[in-house]
Design a protein. Structure first.
Ligand code: ZN
Length: 203
């Protein structure tokens, strides 16, 4: 399986990092070794001094597809979840300045927190899903899927022009504004609407 992450999919987040709002989706990959499941703790890596959380709606592909038309994209996923795209912001900043790839900053072990899957049928409107991150009991990030620049269906169609999407592939659909640093001892809890999706500590 592959983990595809979308960058700059919320206007306010692109602006908070001083980036242009893109005309087409920006994406990068994480390997399967980046997954962090089942509320296991996140161990702060020694190679960075600035790990940021990015809370994102995640979609799981359930059918092989290539050159998927946007109008059929909704038939390629049944489940959504919530995740964190942990980012070594210090390393990413250096990579951006030097024009280098982002893998060192984004694809490290356990950088992709992923909760359990929820049927998309549980949501009335996939373009109006609220999600939240609490850090130490305080609301740190609030997102709504309606604020995405590129919808889930558009992303699936776009990505499938370049890469065959396979069963079990997951797409992190980008973070809303409000990203920030974590530190050892932090307690992170994520919610999709009212449902608690993950609950773990930084160690
Ligand atoms: Zn992200």
């Amino acid at each position: 399986m592959k983990i595809i992450c979308i960058g700059r999919n919320y206007v306010l987040h692109a602006k908070e990092l001083g980036n242009e709002v893109p005309f087409s989706p920006v994406y990068f990959l994480k390997p399967d070794t980046s997954l962090l499941l089942k509320n296991r703790p996140f161990y702060y890596p020694e190679f960075s001094d600035e790990i940021h959380y990015e809370t994102e709606l995640v979609v799981r592909i359930n059918k092989v597809g290539k050159n998927i038309e946007e109008k059929f994209a909704h038939t390629y996923y049944n489940e959504v979840s919530l995740g964190i795209d942990f980012t070594a912001r210090d390393i990413q900043r250096e990579a951006k300045v030097k024009g280098l790839p982002w893998e060192k900053a984004k694809a490290f072990d356990h950088s992709a927190v992923l909760a359990e899957w929820v049927s998309k049928d549980e949501f009335e409107d996939l373009k109006d899903i609220n999600f939240y991150l609490d850090v130490n009991g305080e609301r740190a990030q609030t997102g709504n899927s309606g604020n995405m620049t590129f919808t889930i269906d558009y992303l699936i169609s776009y990505l499938s022009k370049y890469m065959t999407l396979k069963i079990g592939d997951v797409i992190y659909t980008g973070t809303p504004a409000g990203v920030g640093p974590v530190k050892i001892g932090d307690h992170l809890q994520g919610y999709l609407e009212d449902k608690k999706m993950f609950d773990f500590k930084v160690k």
